[in-house]
Write a protein that binds this ligand. Structure first.
Ligand code: MLT
Length: 408
C-alpha cells in the first residue's frame, strides 16, 4: 500500500499566497466590473532593465548558432556569473566569498526550502522568526522536524518573536538552537538588522555550533549605509552562515528566475558522533544530483546587472519601488496607523490592531485593493497587514485613494 508523508497533514491546507489568490479570484469573478489592485504578493511589475533584455537576446542568438550553442551548463552556474557575484556583491563589501562558494539557482524560495534536506531531521532544534516568510516553517514541517500545529504554533520550533515592543527585530533566544532562519531586510516586516545585532547572532551561532540561514533577497533596497547587505560583512560569519540572494526583487526576475546561494567552504555541520563535515560538499552533492542549472541566456541577463549601466538601471528600478513605498507609508500614517518598513525594503508592515483577515477582506471588498494579512506569516503577524510597493505609480496612487475612502 502506497503511503503518504503524513507530515503534510500537519500543514495548513494551502500556501498563504494560494489562499489569497483564491479569495481574489472569487471576488473578481463575482465583481467583474471592479478592477482589483494587487499590493499583496511581492511580484514586480516594471519591465526588466534594458541591459538584461539585451543580454537575454544576445544569449538566445548564441544558442541559434552551432559554434556558440550550449547544452547543459555547470550545475553550480557559469563562471562568468559566479565571478561577478563574488566580486561585486561580496569582495567589494569586504566580505571574503569566493566564486566557487556560490551556487546559482532558479530561486531563493526553492533554495530556502531545499537546504534543510542536508541537515538531520531527528533532534534538530529550529529557531524561526514570527512573523516570517512561510516557506521556512512549512518546509521543516514537511520534513518532519516539528510536531502538530497547536494554536497557530508548531511544537518543536523556537519562535523568534518580532513585535512592536522589539522594533520587529527578534531577540536572541535564551536556549540553544541548531538551525536559525534570519531574513533582513525582513519579509514581511521590512525591518533591517544592524551590524551589532548581526554580530550577536553570529556569536550565538558560534557558541552553539549552529548554522544561520540568512535570507537577504531584499538587500538591493537597503539605503541606510550603516546596514550590512550581507551577513558575511560580519567577522566570522563565513564559519556559521549560508546566505540566499535573488535577482527577483533586485532586477525584476520573478518570472525570469535566477538566484544564488552562498555556502562557504569553511562552514561545517556535525554527524552523530560529533565529527565535522563541510556543508559545501553536501550542498554541492545535492545540487548536482537534483538540479541542472539555470538557462544560459538567463545567466547572461543576470550578469548584465553588474555592468555600470546595469547598476544604474537596477538602482533606478529599486528607487522607483522605494518611492512607491514612501507614498504608502505616508498615506498609512495619515490614516492613523503605525507602520515600519518601506525605507530599506519594499514592504510596509502596518499595525492595524484588528483581525488581519478581516482587514484584508475589508480592503478587498471596499477598496478593491489586495494586501497580505499578517496572520498568514505567523501568530505575531496578527493585528498587522503587509502592503507591497511593487506596482506602477498610477496603481499605487489609485490604491491609496481607495483605501483612504474605505477606511474613512
Ligand atoms: C512575497 O510576497 O512574500 C514574496 O513575493 C514571495 C516570494 O518571494 O516567493
Amino acid at each position: 500500500m502506497i503511503r503518504i508523508n503524513e507530515n503534510y497533514l500537519k500543514l495548513k491546507a494551502s500556501y498563504l499566497f494560494s489562499d489569497i489568490a483564491k479569495r481574489v479570484t472569487a471576488f473578481t469573478t463575482a465583481n467583474p466590473d471592479k478592477p482589483v489592485i494587487r499590493l499583496g504578493i511581492g511580484d514586480v511589475t516594471e519591465p526588466l532593465p534594458q541591459v538584461c533584455i539585451d543580454a537575454l537576446k544576445s544569449g538566445a542568438e548564441e544558442l541559434a548558432n552551432r559554434a556558440t550553442f550550449k547544452g547543459y551548463g555547470p550545475e553550480q552556474g557559469y563562471a562568468f556569473l559566479r565571478d561577478l557575484i563574488a566580486q561585486h556583491d561580496y569582495k567589494a563589501r569586504g566580505a571574503a566569498i569566493e566564486a566557487d562558494e556560490i551556487f546559482v539557482s532558479d530561486g531563493s524560495k526553492c533554495d530556502c526550502g531545499n537546504i534543510q534536506e542536508i541537515f538531520a531531521t531527528e533532534g534538530l532544534k529550529l529557531a524561526i522568526p514570527d512573523p516570517v516568510y512561510p516557506v521556512y516553517v512549512d518546509t521543516n514541517v514537511m520534513a518532519g522536524r516539528t510536531g502538530a500545529n497547536l494554536d497557530g504554533r508548531y511544537a518543536g520550533i523556537t519562535y523568534l518573536e518580532s513585535t512592536p515592543a522589539n522594533g520587529y527585530v527578534p531577540a536572541i533566544p535564551p536556549v540553544a538552537t541548531d538551525l536559525i532562519y534570519l531574513c533582513f531586510p525582513n519579509n514581511p516586516t521590512g525591518a533591517v538588522a544592524t551590524r551589532e545585532q548581526l554580530t550577536a547572532w553570529v556569536a550565538y551561532a558560534k557558541a552553539n555550533r549552529a548554522i544561520i540561514l540568512f535570507d537577504s533577497a531584499y538587500e538591493a533596497y537597503i539605503r541606510d549605509p550603516k546596514i550590512p547587505h550581507s551577513i558575511y560583512e560580519i567577522e566570522g560569519a563565513r564559519d556559521v552562515a549560508i546566505e540566499f540572494r535573488s535577482f527577483s526583487k533586485t532586477a525584476g526576475f520573478t518570472g525570469t528566475r535566477c538566484a544564488y546561494t552562498v555556502v562557504p567552504k569553511s562552514l561545517v555541520a556535525y554527524d552523530q558522533a560529533g565529527n565535522a563535515h563541510p556543508v559545501h560538499a553536501l550542498w554541492n552533492r545535492r545540487h548536482t544530483t537534483k538540479f541542472n542549472g539555470v538557462s544560459y541566456p538567463v545567466q547572461k541577463a543576470a550578469a548584465a546587472i553588474y555592468s555600470d549601466a546595469g547598476k544604474a538601471q537596477v538602482k533606478a528600478m529599486t528607487d522607483f519601488y522605494l518611492a512607491n513605498a514612501a507614498l504608502i507609508r505616508e498615506a498609512v500614517k495619515k490614516l492613523g496607523f503605525s507602520c515600519i518598513g518601506g525605507d530599506n525594503a519594499p514592504y510596509i508592515w502596518v499595525n492595524t490592531g484588528t483581525d488581519s483577515w478581516a482587514f484584508f477582506d475589508k480592503l478587498l471588498n471596499e477598496a478593491q485593493v489586495v494586501c497580505t494579512p499578517g496572520a498568514g506569516f505567523g501568530k505575531c503577524g496578527e493585528g498587522h497587514v503587509r502592503i507591497s510597493a511593487f506596482n506602477s505609480r498610477e496603481n499605487v496612487e489609485k490604491a491609496l485613494t481607495r483605501i483612504a475612502a474605505a477606511l474613512k
